[in-house]
Design a protein around this ligand. Structure first.
Ligand code: SF4
Length: 680
């Protein structure tokens, strides 16, 4: 047995924080994962679930050999084959599809399981672009609404560096369960509190951060735009607008304010399901505090008014003149902090002009659409567990069961989606290959190296698609690029932020801070709007042209059932990652005591929740942590938690948000009743 060693790594998961890690390797295996202090933002603290990585990598659910289906679709029966046989099968099937229907009949179905630039989208995207496969609007599943709302308002410019919120006098945590979905903001919020800052939390659930807040506003899901408009109207009434800043730096303020004041605060409060005093208090505190920071989460984009909600919130610091100071403004992701060169990395030049783009939210429907021309006849699923993650699970399952659909699933673990594959490819984990990591919740660029050799016959995505490119005869030099060359294609080494360092030459335990003229990103100090007008655009030319949405607006949403089901992040899983481990596979439904009493439901009882799309059975937890009218079940639980092959995703509609065609997970209306468990 070789002696244990400790090696630096980076957490690859779909989480804004992108922690630096220390991995203990014993005898060539990952034995332990803990936080490292290399990244100044994450400072040695990680979440519990990531300590379960050793089981994910070496446990019984790990895929280690290529497989071919050896039974009916959906039953998960497979026989081991060699890599050559697997790649030949894919080449043969996809070539036949291209002959019959053209290349757009092949669709990648990938999302964001790993977040390193190479694993997330590099050689794979070059391959699909060169093949001429259908493109995928994958941002619609999550993040796209927020990104579009932000770009429409401020342009592609970094938001506030989150580390600086310690300097704020007021922090508004809006739709963001910080202790689960952005862990490292929590100590910053606590530090700010110790320095006298007030904390306001806007969330239909009383989350941990809400419990500690000075004010918790339990807004009804989907009404954030009304709340933000009402706060703006209160600011105007009380003289809280910064007229000089607006005149110089804000476009569309008058039109925005006309909408904001069209509803009284009392009416707004009634629509949001909150006391009017809460709106007035938030406006009063926001007006008085300097600097004041707003931290938005992803939850509030997941409804039909989601883009408008975000835009209405983003308008508040512009109207109240909160920009220009560290700790002031909006901490809303950090994707634009990094000099990414995504088009080069992903070989966008190879994509044939006019290639169609499919919305990821609609893939289930497209698979069953006999009028779709060309049909989807070849599907390549990777970095993704769509059966658990996508809205309208039952439709997607029907699509995956199509006998004439050739499906490849490339995965680390035997997920529920793997059961529907014709060919399964074993993917290397992020500890088995090197990568370069930007982040969407902090401003440090990181590089990793492999800490163990690939387990079994697993291969990194880059090598899988290099081999596939060779099979398909793609001879352009981009398809022979090494991982190091791909890293250097991911970011512009000539940008001042890179300080002359090539991404591939970075040291794994030396994160590179993204700075702007030697300073942290602060809008209207070190960075400035990149909109067409150069101003903060409350009336957005970009969003008007793309979505016909010049200004944020509220469109009433019909309620087909009396309860709104929200399905936010769990601290056991990252979306569905880890869901196959026994420590991470619980599922239940939270309901307010008032709603439970009306239905005669008791804590611990089993309930049936349903709508037109499906039916799910869950144990009930009666708690006032959720507001009346809202029920909550955490997303990402695998089918092993279900007795009827349906999880909460089965109830989620495929409605679209007002921007980006975004998924509306929180526009899910259900009814709930007692359910007698067979045999119980
Ligand atoms: S999931 Fe997030 S908080 Fe947990 S270790 Fe990874 S980056 Fe850190």
């Amino acid at each position: 047995m070789r002696p244990a060693i400790e090696l630096p790594a980076v957490c690859p998961l779909d989480c804004p924080d992108t922690c630096s890690l220390t991995v203990t390797v014993e005898d060539g295996r990952v034995a332990k994962v803990r936080g490292s202090r290399a990244n100044p933002f994450t400072r040695g603290v990680i979440c519990n679930k990531v300590t379960r990585y050793p089981e994910l990598i070496h446990g019984p659910g790990r895929l280690t050999r290529p497989l071919r289906r050896a039974g009916p679709k959906g039953q998960g029966r497979f026989a081991e084959i060699s890599w050559d046989e697997a790649l030949d099968a894919i080449h043969g099937a996809f070539s036949g599809t291209i002959r019959r229907h053209g290349p757009q009949a092949i669709a990648p179905l990938n999302y964001a399981g790993p977040h390193g630039q190479l694993a997330l989208g590099s050689m794979d995207m070059r391959f699909f672009n060169r093949l001429g496969a259908s493109k995928l609007n994958r941002a619609a599943l999550c993040g796209g609404v927020r990104s579009e709302a932000y770009v429409g308002t401020f342009g592609a410019v970094p938001a506030l560096k989150p580390d600086t919120i310690v300097q704020a006098q007021l922090i508004v945590v809006w739709g963001f369960n910080v202790s689960v979905s952005g862990l490292h903001l929590m100590p910053l919020i606590n530090q700010a509190r110790k320095r006298g800052a007030r904390i306001v939390v806007v969330d239909p659930r009383r989350t941990k951060v809400a419990e500690q807040a000075d004010l918790h506003i339990p807004v009804k899901p989907g009404t954030d735009v009304i709340l933000a408009f009402a706060v703006a109207a209160e600011l105007e009434r009380s003289g809280g607008l910064d007229r000089a800043f607006i005149a110089q730096h804000v476009a569309g303020a008058e039109e925005y304010l006309a909408r904001a004041r069209s509803r009284s605060s009392e009416d707004a409060a009634a629509a949001c399901g909150i006391p009017v005093e809460q709106i007035r208090r938030l406006a009063e505190w926001y007006q008085a505090a300097n600097p004041a920071a707003i931290c938005c989460g992803n939850g509030l984009e997941r409804n039909r008014n989601g883009g408008s909600g975000l835009r209405a919130i983003f308008a508040l610091p512009a109207l109240a003149g909160k920009f220009g100071a560290a700790g002031g403004g909006v901490a809303n992701g950090s994707s634009f902090a990094f000099p990414k060169t995504t088009a080069k990395l992903q070989g966008e030049r190879f994509a044939p002009a006019g290639t169609r783009t499919l919305n990821i939210v609609d893939i289930g429907r497209h698979l069953l659409d006999r009028t779709l021309a060309p049909p989807i006849a070849g599907l390549f699923v990777y970095n993704h567990n769509p059966l658990i993650v996508h809205p309208d699970q039952n439709t997607l399952r029907k699509g995956l069961l199509r006998e004439d659909l050739f499906t490849v699933v490339c995965e680390l673990s035997h997920t529920d989606t793997v059961d529907y594959a014709d060919i399964v490819l074993p993917a290397a984990s992020d500890f088995e290959h090197g990568d370069v990591f930007t982040a969407y919740g902090q401003h440090y660029l990181q590089r990793s190296r492999p800490v163990i050799a690939p387990v079994g016959e697993a291969l990194p995505n880059t090598e899988i698609f290099r081999r596939l490119a060779r099979r398909f005869g793609f001879t352009e030099p981009e398809f022979a690029a090494t991982d190091e060359q791909l890293m250097d294609d991911a970011l512009d080494a000539g940008d001042a932020r890179m300080q002359g360092v090539k991404p591939s030459a970075m040291q794994p335990d030396r994160p590179l801070p993204m700075e702007f003229g030697g300073e942290d990103a602060v809008l209207f100090k070190s960075v400035f709007p990149k909109t067409p007008s150069g101003k903060v655009e409350l009336r957005s030319a970009y969003l008007d042209e793309k979505y016909g949405a010049a200004l944020p607006d509220y469109v009433p949403v019909p309620a087909e059932h009396p309860l709104i089901l929200v399905s936010p992040s769990s601290d056991e899983r990252t979306t569905s990652t880890f869901g196959g481990l026994s420590a991470s596979d619980s599922a239940w439904l939270d309901m307010h005591p008032r709603d439970a009493a009306v239905r005669g439901l008791k804590d611990g009882a089993w309930v049936r929740l349903w709508n037109a799309l499906g039916e799910v059975h869950l144990p009930l937890r009666v708690t006032d942590e959720v507001r009346p009218g809202v029920v909550c079940s955490l997303k990402g639980a695998w089918m092993r938690t279900s007795d009827n092959g349906q999880t909460v995703a089965a109830l989620v509609p495929t409605h679209k948000a007002d921007l980006c065609g975004g998924a509306c997970f929180n526009d899910t209306f259900v009814d709930v009743e007692a359910w007698a468990r067979p045999g119980a």
